[in-house]
Write a protein that binds this ligand. Sequence first.
Ligand code: ATP
Ligand code: MG
Length: 615
Amino acid sequence: MSHEPSDRAVNSAVLASTNFIRNIIESDLAAGKHAARRWSGAPGPADQQLAGALDPARIRTRFPPEPNGYLHFGHAKSICLNFGLAQDYGGRCHLRFDDTNPEKEEQEYVDSIIDAVRWLGFSWQEEPSENQPAGECHLYFASNYFDWMAQFAEYLITSGHAYVESQSAEEIRASRGTLTEAGKESVYRQRSVEENLDLFGRMRGGEFPDGAHVLRAKIDMASANINLRDPVIYRIRHASHHNTGDRWCVYPMYTYAHPIEDALENITHSICTLEFADQRPFYDWLLERLAEGGLLQRPLPQQIEFSRLNLTYIVLSKRKLIQLVDEGHVSGWDDPRLPTLVGARRRGYPAAGFRLFAERVGVSRSDSLIEYSLLEDTMREVLNESAERRVAVLDPLRLIIDNYPVGTSEACFAPNHPLKPELGKRAMPFGRELWIEREDFMVEPSKGYHRLYPGSMARLRYGYVVKCTGFEVDESGEVNAVHCDYLPDSKSGTSGADRYKVKGNLHWVAVADAYAAEVRLYDRLFAVPSPGARREGDAEDVERDFLDDLNPDSRRVVGAWVEPALKLAKPEECFQFERHGYFVADRVESEEGAPVFNRTVTLRDVWTSKPSPIK
Ligand code: ATP
Ligand code: MG
């Protein structure tokens, strides 16, 4: 079933909240900061029309992934923030691929990112308006701006703000200085504009090998901010690019490219994670120089940083995720245990759950580690609303009702959703032999056990009350069938059925009609809150590897018996299996009429009470 019902609730929650970024936006809007912007004109750097016209009272944000991996839960926070702000303030959010690095990027990643952003419920198509034709696509590629970036670099050279450096990478690093010591000016810093222009032209022309020269901004080698000590802005790379092919052999550095991308797209608020805070002075320096030269119009985009999402029990670094996939610790990028958005989708985490979660964790500038159980609780909350109830027996044991007529069957009626009577009831066939959970029977009951044991009475949910009369064991001594008698006047929903007061209330499916389903019981991928971190009691020299903290029980496959209605489950349909948790029909491995199910999350958190499987 879809997750639509909760969408509205989530959006109104977003509108109701506030945070420091909203405060900045609201005061910019109140001051009319962007109202002075010329939004129309022909495309081109002097009046950036790339992104089209926009009502000056609106904002523009962007989500700028590098297409070098699959999106993870951290990206979901950034997507919800950027697209959410644009939605709330009637602005626009661009999806922009930051594809300035020729070596690591692939179409596969571009496609998966587009899918993931759409799945989260966001789009970059505008409603038609006076200035915006229907269906115009605000999907951008940074590599389309390479010409302008190079032209801007030439302007920086001409205006004395950039020079060609011919020292090696090694030498540049060695002369950059430290936090306490100023850097040393390069001998090449005094090159004339003509020489710089000539060399940069020849770099572009392919005359030099990789690493022979770089282009550096000319700022201040003594700056307290190391990022302002003449940062490299262009380097030579003889490499093919997925979009521009072999047209270029010089490529802009990320720190140079990014502010220009924002400015060309008329981004008003450029929101990024805190590690870029030290780069902000360079971001501003660069855009100021280009605006001074008339190449960009003011007001310029403003960079605003927030702290990245960190969660317990998972890793969110692309490098570690790639390692998990490449070394086969998981089945692929969409393994339901992986904190990627493709993985989450297969796991059954609803997109509305991510939006609500992003809202709950909020945005701030202080580093924080969020409990994984908060994410799970949010998913449970959304699924509790949206998922219909069904019955599945995951660890089956045969129950034989000896006084029930052989060869007959009847219908019992179970509500599809206890909170939504309008969703009606469905019929579940009842018969003489049923599957119940193995843990719902004990030969010798422990104290407080109210389910079945010889002599006890319990209710078969939506059916009859039964009295346990005995059990059978196999050669190994394991119980393989339980016997009982039913009370014919105890059927749920019939008058007088509640005269029987029993504490146990068991779920079941009829043996004759049950569907044999493969069910994957997924659990957390890591068994400790901070995978790879040193633990209390570790000796000084102990170094841990995050792979040692993998949870050995993160995936268990069982052969379950489920109620016949589940045979018709469509891929991605979510259910609550009563007493067990939330499950989804796998979108990859289910076949028509033969779904397999993934456990999304249990009904209750078991992690806070359970001992870690790793010592
Ligand atoms: P990683 O650090 O995992 O390799 P990244 O920052 O290199 O991720 P990008 O493709 O550059 O990945 O990220 C796109 C956007 O997502 C950036 O604006 C980045 O700040 C944001 N982002 C990445 N990780 C997180 C996170 N954990 N929390 C919030 N935002 C994030
Ligand atoms: Mg990055």
